[in-house]
Design a protein around this ligand. Structure first.
Ligand SMILES: Nc1ncnc2c1ncn2[C@@H]1O[C@H](COP(=O)(O)OP(=O)(O)O)[C@@H](O)[C@H]1O
Ligand SMILES: [Mg+2]
Length: 307
């Protein structure tokens, strides 16, 4: 079975994983980290991957993002099979098409926030002045105006993750991958960071794939899949994202690439309906909790972000 979300994006191609397996080690020591995963990630959707520790979430994320190659199966992205590309081509792909947010410790301690955020642009050859100007607009967009010159050691955990989110988005990626991005944060800071991550990603039109075992994450995403023993074991849609037969698909706030749009109005807090909650609670990977209202959106940038 292929798990696929609402086909929501105006244009753009999905990321399609087919029959993925990943075996670590060999013979007696073999670990089947992925045991046949089919998954389609549509442009503009936010997908949470949940499941117990060791169920294969990080392995799946890394295979989808071209960080590691699977034992078998394919990952199709914009007409290419990511799994068979050369390492050099995959590096370019990761730099140009994908953005990454990890748990913590991903910022370079000696660089100010604005240069940390500008790094992908500078690596891609954008002049430093222009790259840092774009990065500064992203920092402001994410609520960090005035903190551009702070080193990571002078930022709170939540602020550092916002810088990491700015860095993931500054290069206008097609897909943002996040692995336990709130794992090192307290619950309310984590919820704020997730809100920023999902909104800001959605505003660019990029897809978001976020691995987590944070109980509140599903609420922020349009779709959640659960993993168990290297397989996808369940799938839930946020109520407002559920594709009804014949219904219009979920609209996505999409703008020209590289231009953060004014943030749309905050969606109403949308707890899952009773039947969905019951299904979630009964699931082996349960732990979902309809959460509190989302925090206020950061203010939109006054200038467009050019690249
Ligand atoms: N580099 C590796 N070498 C050997 N085994 C690994 C490696 N990475 C992960 N594994 C194993 O693969 C399984 C899935 O791991 P992982 O994808 O990290 O799960 P999760 O992110 O859900 O905790 C686990 O049994 C883990 O021990
Ligand atoms: Mg993991």
């Amino acid at each position: 079975m292929t798990f696929t979300g609402p086909s929501s994006a105006p244009g753009g191609s999905p990321l399609v994983a087919s029959a993925l397996t990943k075996v670590y080690g060999s013979a007696q020591t073999a670990t089947h980290a992925l045991a046949g995963v089919n998954l389609t990630v549509h442009p503009g959707e936010s997908l949470a991957i949940m499941g117990p520790s060791g169920s294969g979430k990080t392995t799946l994320l890394h295979v989808l993002a071209g960080i590691i190659t699977p034992t078998s199966g394919s990952v199709s992205w914009r007409g290419e099979d990511v799994t068979t590309l050369s390492e050099a081509r995959r590096t370019v792909l990761r730099r140009q098409d994908f953005g990454f947010v990890f748990q913590s410790g991903q910022l370079l301690p000696e660089l100010p926030a604005v240069e940390n955020a500008a790094l992908p642009l500078m690596l891609a050859g954008t002049a430093r002045t222009e790259a840092t100007a774009v990065a500064a607009r992203w920092l402001a967009h994410l609520g960090l105006a005035g903190m551009e010159q702070r080193r990571p050691g002078e930022l709170s955990g939540g602020q550092a993750q916002r810088v990491a989110i700015a860095r993931a988005l500054v290069g206008s990626p097609g897909v943002v991958f996040a692995d336990e991005p709130t794992g090192a944060l307290d619950q309310s800071t984590g919820a704020e960071v997730l809100d920023v991550l999902t909104r800001a990603t959605r505003d660019t039109g990029a897809a978001l794939v976020v691995v987590t075992h944070d109980a509140g994450v599903a609420r922020h995403c349009t779709r959640t899949v659960t993993m168990r023993d290297g397989r996808i074991s369940g799938e839930f849609f946020a109520p407002e994202a559920q594709p009804a037969p014949g219904a219009a698909q979920q609209p996505v706030a999409s703008t020209a690439v590289g231009q953060p749009a004014p943030l749309p109005p905050a969606p109403p807090a949308a707890p899952y309906d009773a039947a969905t909650q019951a299904a979630m609670a009964a699931h082996p990977a349960a732990g979902y909790a309809p959460g509190s209202a989302a925090p206020a959106a950061p203010s939109a940038p006054s200038q467009e972000s050019a690249r």
